[in-house]
Design a protein around this ligand. Structure first.
Ligand code: SF4
Length: 363
């Protein structure tokens, strides 16, 4: 086996032998690893993922519980009321419908169900409705309930925690330097403050970003290290799917190899987090989606995204079966963590070639 290049070897020593995360200086050297050595970077990210998080994959569904009409001006977002997009506004879904969708997610093997609402931040009425829905889901379905309701004011995170919300999603979206180029109606620091409120209230923080908005590699590392500093337990990796009508509607999609490099770097900077593929993976990774699961990712959003269609959940479960990756039977973070994970490799759907042969145990 050829020797690893110096930065890869240094990263392996830090992350696997010494059990420590890498620092900014080393991350900047890893960014410079050429495409020819990218498979080694990816292989290291996969080893680090197995070492710190185990082989299981966390499966989650998100539901756009209230769509469109957001007053903010995030330039990537088709739910902003400021842009002419194809998004149809939709009022908050009923509690009954949310329970039904959570049950469907559980039937697919999902352990997290996230209620997403397009607002700058919740008012008291909306907060009460989401808390009531969370309680109803927890009473009816064996699944963790997450929420994403925008910026939180003082005291709001505590109400959500009391309703049993497990993780709160609030993406930083981009690094500090780049953020003002994608949003002018709130600041990076506003988003950081909400993330800190989430943690102070005792919920797990889910926070990630979007790659492919015109940011540099240095901006991507800014984001990765900002998430490390916050202690995000789950990091959604979105890739820009340029939405017609938004200011970023004409942006070219990210190169698949760069998307893999983003995934691997996010893992190496945040070894203990669930790195979850979210929106845009079908568009950007295309045939490399399975390779992405070998690049450090250990989470998937299955089914549709907020305003775009994902591929079928059955295809994703078949991909995990082919990879020999078990679906986590419980969240990979928190006290139940890795020990509670069973090796339940998903059953391939009928007709899938793998259905004929029993899966081998993960290596
Ligand atoms: S705050 Fe959220 S929903 Fe509103 S425009 Fe920004 S990303 Fe879209």
């Amino acid at each position: 086996m050829p020797a690893l290049s110096a930065p890869l070897e240094a990263a392996a020593t830090r992350l696997i032998d010494q059990g420590e995360a890498i620092d900014r200086d080393l991350a900047e050297r890893l960014v410079l690893v050429g495409d020819d050595d990218l498979p080694e970077l990816i292989a290291l990210a996969h080893r680090v993922r197995l070492h710190w998080m185990g082989p299981a994959v966390e499966v989650e569904s998100i539901v756009s519980a209230k769509t469109g009409g957001c007053p903010e001006d995030c330039t990537f977002c088709s739910q902003s009321a400021r842009y002419q997009t194809d998004v149809t506004r939709q009022a908050l879904l009923s509690t009954e419908r949310l329970v039904e969708l959570a049950r469907h997610t559980r039937e697919l093997g999902g352990t997290e169900f996230c209620i997403v609402v397009a607002v700058r931040g919740p008012n008291r009425h909306l907060l009460d409705q989401v808390c009531a829905a969370a309680r109803a889901i927890r009473a009816a379905v064996d699944i963790e309930v997450d929420a994403s309701l925008g910026l939180l004011a003082d005291g709001q995170a505590e109400l959500l925690a009391a309703a049993g919300i497990h993780r709160y999603n609030h993406n930083l979206e981009a690094g500090l330097r780049f953020f003002p180029t994608i949003c002018s109606t709130h600041t990076f620091q506003d988003r950081q403050a909400t993330c800190r409120r989430v943690i102070a209230a005792g919920m797990e923080l889910c926070s990630g970003g979007i790659f492919g908005m015109g940011e540099t590699w240095s901006d991507r590392l800014d984001l990765a290290f900002a998430l490390q500093e916050l202690g995000a337990r789950e990091i959604p990796c979105n890739f820009l799917d340029p939405r017609p009508g938004t200011p970023l509607g004409g942006e070219a999609p990210l190169r698949p190899l760069d998307a893999l490099r983003c995934t691997a770097l996010m893992r190496l900077v945040n070894p203990r987090a669930v790195i979850r593929y979210a929106g845009g993976r079908e568009l950007v990774l295309r045939d490399l989606q399975a390779y992405g699961m070998l690049a450090g990712a250990n989470g998937l959003i299955v089914g549709n995204y907020l305003t775009t269609l994902g591929r079928s959940a059955e295809l994703d479960l078949a991909m995990l079966a082919d990879l020999g990756m078990p679906v986590a039977a419980a969240p990979l973070t928190g006290s139940r963590g890795r020990r509670a994970v069973t090796a339940a490799i998903p059953a391939p759907p009928p007709g899938h070639p793998a259905a004929a042969t029993p899966p081998s145990p993960p290596g």
